[in-house]
Design a protein around this ligand. Structure first.
Ligand SMILES: NC(=O)c1ccc[n+]([C@@H]2O[C@H](COP(=O)([O-])OP(=O)(O)OC[C@H]3O[C@@H](n4cnc5c(N)ncnc54)[C@H](OP(=O)(O)O)[C@@H]3O)[C@@H](O)[C@H]2O)c1
Length: 356
């Protein structure tokens, strides 16, 4: 049977370690979890069975693996140290017989976005960022439709536009919106992105290193690897729709508490074919998974055992292709969620009232 493996790792040290080791997570201080994570060996979290293509009936099996490094450690240690740990986890996937490996969360953010890892392993690798980008733009546009924003008349901003997912999302939004603002930290890279995107764009493309400029935007997609909140209540105009792709999230909890006039939705969420369970609770409602996991499974169902999404510059043709592949096999964009829960109708109505 064709098979896949996917690497997860702890983002929230206490909550995520507790999913596998409840007692250890309770007794160990957070600092100790960060420290120990460097020395903990890779492990199998779940053996996945029963994912079946709606198009062909083909079934695949897979393994969810943990690369124990916490997100903070992954960013603190030199990239070579993180690569070593990710490759070690990839070797476990090889021993289990997986035919493709997906890199979850910061295992694809760190360093060169999977290139070094792919070179070191015998099996092909994908970051899953292509499908994540497609799903995130769909969630943003669906949220816009539900509150009555017409993209062709709207200003959109992409935060983290110099990143893999942010860059691809900017490419997907450019032909759809009246004006596009690219937000990042490196002015030179932003200017290069503007040059690339201007050819696709329906309207002006502007760049800024000042996050406060998202206040001009009706639609915001944020996908940074800051690892902490970077968008606060004062950054958002009344009626704004925000799609937060980042994990850990970019949008401050204060926005959810203080701004009932804006709509924040989760990016990159998808329903599995048949809403099967992957056998490990990584914090999402049953039947839902992340776009990066879905991309890996969809490639296994399709029999596309090749390095698919690697590196930091995504190919928009691949973003479109993986969306078609995943849809054919029965993956569906999740209904709108916020903080992993369905968006309440009252919130949509409150934001819609701003645009009436
Ligand atoms: N929801 C999902 O299913 C899903 C799937 C995969 C990934 N993700 C999440 O998506 C996010 C982006 O992933 P990626 O692969 O696109 O990462 P990436 O290629 O490394 O891009 C990260 C972007 O964040 C920017 N950035 C980093 N630190 C920042 C800070 N302190 N303040 C402002 N901007 C900062 C980077 O700017 P520079 O270019 O200046 O470094 C870059 O533009 C991550 O949080 C990841 O965990 C979500």
């Amino acid at each position: 049977m064709d098979s896949f493996a996917f690497i997860l790792h702890p983002l929230d040290p206490k909550a995520d370690v507790a999913r596998k080791y409840p007692t250890l997570a309770r007794i160990l201080p957070v600092g100790m979890i960060h420290f120990l994570s460097l020395y903990w060996p890779p492990l199998v979290l779940a053996h996945v069975r029963g994912v079946r293509s709606e198009a062909t009936g083909k079934e695949v099996e897979g393994w969810l693996l943990a690369c124990p490094l916490t997100a903070r450690r992954m960013l603190q240690v030199p990239p070579q140290v993180a690569y070593r740990k990710i490759i070690q986890t990839g070797r476990l996937a090889e021993r289990l017989g997986a035919r493709i490996l997906g890199l979850g969360a910061y295992t694809s953010v760190v360093g060169d976005g999977g290139l070094t890892v792919a070179q070191a392993l015998q099996i092909p690798v994908t970051t899953g960022d292509s499908y994540t980008a497609a799903l995130s733009v769909q969630a943003l546009l669906e949220a816009a439709a539900q509150v009555g924003i017409v993209p062709e008349r709207a200003t959109a901003a992409v935060v983290g536009a110099t990143g893999a997912i942010g860059g691809a999302c900017a490419g997907l939004l450019a032909p759809r919106v009246r004006r596009l603002i690219l937000v990042g930290r490196r002015a030179e890279v932003l200017r290069e992105a503007r040059q690339r995107l201007s050819a696709l764009a329906a309207g002006p493309v502007e760049v800024t290193t000042d996050t406060a400029e998202v206040r001009a935007a009706d639609l915001i997609l944020t996908a940074t690897s800051a690892g902490r909140p970077i968008l606060f209540p004062e950054h958002l105009k009344p009626g704004a729709v925000v799609c937060d792709v980042a994990r850990p999230r970019d949008v401050s909890p204060r926005v959810h508490q203080e701004r009932d006039d804006v709509l924040v939705v989760d990016g990159g969420l998808v329903e599995l074919p048949g809403r099967v369970s992957l056998g490990f609770n990584y914090g999402l409602p049953p039947g839902l998974t992340f776009g990066c996991i879905a991309e890996t499974i969809a490639l296994a169902l399709e029999g596309r055992f090749e390095d698919y999404t690697v590196g930091k510059m995504l190919d928009l043709a691949r973003v479109q292709e993986i969306e078609e592949i995943a849809t054919r096999h029965g993956f569906r964009p999740a209904p709108l969620h916020s903080l992993d829960r369905p968006v309440p109708l009252e919130r949509i109505q409150a934001v819609r009232a701003r645009w009436a």
